[in-house]
Design a protein around this ligand. Sequence first.
Ligand SMILES: *Cc1c(COP(=O)(O)O)cnc(C)c1O
Length: 379
Amino acid sequence: MNFETLAVHAGQDPDPQTGAVMTPIYQTSTYAQEGVGRPRQGYEYSRTRNPTRLALEKALAALEGAPYALAFASGMAAIDTVLRLLQSGDHVIAGNDVYGGTFRLFEKVLRHFGLDFTFVDTADLEQIAEALTSRTRLIWLETPSNPLLRVSDIRAIADFLHAHPQRPLLAVDNTFATPYLQRPLELGADLVIHSTTKYLGGHSDVIGGAVVVKEEALYQRLAFLQNAIGAVPGPMDCFLVLRGIKTLALRMDRHAENASRLASYLAKHPRVERVFYPFHPSHPQFAIARRQMRNGGGMISFLVKGGREAAIRLAEHTRLFILAESLGGVESLIEVPAAMTHLSTQGTTLEVPPNLVRLSVGIEHFDDLLQDIQQALEA
Ligand SMILES: *Cc1c(COP(=O)(O)O)cnc(C)c1O
């Protein structure tokens, strides 16, 4: 079946008991057993398994074209669980432009547990090759990255790693692109990670995360960790993500249409120094983006003239674009990464330019969005 059909139906057959078309919210912590140690249909306790969560996991797997997915309480919970596949002494190569929370988890939490991290520009395969050591077990990519929207060539990196005798795992945080735009597992990645809080949920009303894999052994290890650690989403949150997923394709097309038009406008604006948008011809990895992604997505970053002050003034003068962290909802958001989402990277090699502004372009009418950005740039 095609993506749009899977988004509506995968994992979501009518409820066998009642015929309910929408997946019920199984708000239960435990399940009656038929006999001692004989659970009905595999359900014992909701940290381990819950029908609403299982429906979401099946839907997520189908969208990424994979057999297995696991849902988590947040994107960070998903990332933390993946990192626990490793052991003290292991080395990870990560993008030097990753989500601020990912950088914080790696650098300020997991480093204390004996994991070692090297941050490189993953858009440059040479830098990955140079950072590889005999202890490297995992490569962590975000593409497009946050906030600079750099694009890494997933297939080229996967081919390089597959040929390497150590065979480190390749994980791709696919939050920005969503499986509608890009399917990393089909390009050779081993794991896909999502913050379902963003486009998959799509309505800024839920926090969630997911890991999707194609190999059964890896899935079994992650399912063990999911249960052992317990950072699982509640059934209501799973329901909200499931509902969001149904309209993912429609929303992503509209997000991308609005964003690409806005990127073209910004690129020509005299008060704008530079625009970062994967499908804008000025993007350094434009060709790879065109090959790897269905469209350019809904995120735009740009540098304004006038430094930090000008960026803050702009972000405080939009009326429709809401000044807020996060992204991927139907409503348009604006933020200044250096002062907001990426504050934790200050003073490090991952520091982002102070005059960078990030837009999460929503699905409103384009003319209204354009008018809002126009008047804010004039202010
Ligand atoms: C938001 C985000 C995360 C973290 O997800 P939460 O759901 O906020 O925990 C991870 N990666 C990317 C790319 C994100 O945008």
